[in-house]
Design a binder for this molecule. Structure first.
Ligand code: ADP
Ligand code: MG
Length: 321
């Protein structure tokens, strides 16, 4: 995509190479286990979000950092192959491209260890250089794999320019009220919700308590992924989207697919309830294939799943949104 083409969505976030090994079980501390499958591919929540949104039909630009190494070059080519504008991705001679080692068992259990490399060196100035790209877009999608000062700069540009801001708060950390107040929709998983709110998210009721806490602290809406489903809460009401049974491969990247789909739906003017239903199916599809990159679904896959299965069955006390 040429840099003079406007993006619907700008993603500011992490870019990694993922090395994934699947085995029948995960090794314990100090132990070696033998796996049977290896995948190497594009990863990092920024890159996953960008590719996820592009596959769902949006024009996407990514802001981030990779090293001057062969992996960095390969990732940029892969992103461009997916239609993502990488004109605001900095190539950093002083660091290696981020990497994440993912271990997956056959029941969907995962373990990972990463070295963020160049991702940790994304600066506020890198983001300010992308100010025009951000201001012309409709939605900003951010996560927490890059320094908070970069995230915060992007969020403030977006707010000033009237964009919607979607925050996927991973990896988990505490956040200032100043940042939370600038976020339209936050989408934590259960662990992240616990770090942000202190609420142990184990079901719909505790997910609601965590979401209420986040709304009190200034976010516009919260979508909390809990065991069994996703809880959507805004001042307009509440929605519970139960997880349907899926042929689970692994959930790596399924949350990234969720956030990307929310961003795409908002860029198309959909309501929060519509956006959450769309994202819920995108996320379910992403759990059916191993790894993040391979599992990010296309628009056609999400639309045909929605058409085939119909709206998700709501729990007895149903939707109030
Ligand atoms: N059985 C299931 N059916 C549908 N979706 C599922 C199922 N199990 C997990 N998910 C989805 O997987 C996602 C995991 O989110 P998250 O932990 O943020 O993943 P990541 O950050 O690795 O992408 C959630 O959106 C959840 O709804
Ligand atoms: Mg996540």
């Amino acid at each position: 995509m040429a840099s003079d083409v406007r993006a619907d969505i700008v993603v500011v976030g992490g870019i990694n190479t993922d090395f994934l090994v699947q085995g029948s079980r995960l090794p314990g501390p100090g132990e070696h286990a033998e796996g049977h499958l290896f995948l190497e591919g594009l990863g990092g929540k920024g890159a996953n979000g960008a590719v996820g949104a592009a596959r769902l039909g949006a024009r996407v630009a990514l802001v981030g950092r990779v090293g001057m190494d062969a992996r960095g070059r390969a990732l940029l080519e892969q992103l461009e192959g997916e239609g993502v504008d990488t004109g605001a991705v900095v190539r950093d001679p002083g660091a290696t491209t981020g990497v994440s080692l993912e271990m997956v068992d056959e029941e969907g259990g995962t373990q990972s260890l990463g070295a963020p490399g160049a991702n940790r060196r994304l600066t506020r100035d890198d983001v300010l250089r992308a100010e025009e790209r951000i201001s012309l877009a409709r939605v900003l999608l951010v996560q927490l794999e890059v320094p908070l000062e970069a995230v915060s700069a992007a969020v403030h540009i977006a707010r000033a320019a009237g964009l919607r801001v979607v925050l996927d708060p991973a990896p988990a950390r505490e956040l200032s009220e100043d940042l939370l107040e600038a976020v339209h929709v936050i989408r934590p998983n259960a662990d992240e919700a616990r770090v942000l709110t202190g609420v142990d998210v184990v079901d719909r009721t505790s997910a609601r308590r965590a979401a209420e806490n986040l709304l009190r602290r200034g976010v516009g809406a919260a979508v909390v992924a809990a065991p069994g489903g996703s809880l959507v809460l805004s001042s307009e009401g509440e929605l519970w989207l139960p997880d349907r049974r899926v042929e689970l491969a692994d959930t790596t990247g399924a949350g990234d697919a969720f956030s990307a789909a929310l961003a795409v739906a908002f860029s198309e003017g959909k309501t929060l309830a519509e956006a959450a239903r769309f994202a819920h199916e995108a996320s379910a599809l992403a759990t059916m294939r191993l790894g993040a990159f391979g599992g990010l679904p296309t628009r056609d896959q999400v639309e045909s799943r929605l058409a085939r299965l119909g709206p998700v069955a709501l729990s007895p006390d149903g939707a109030r949104m």
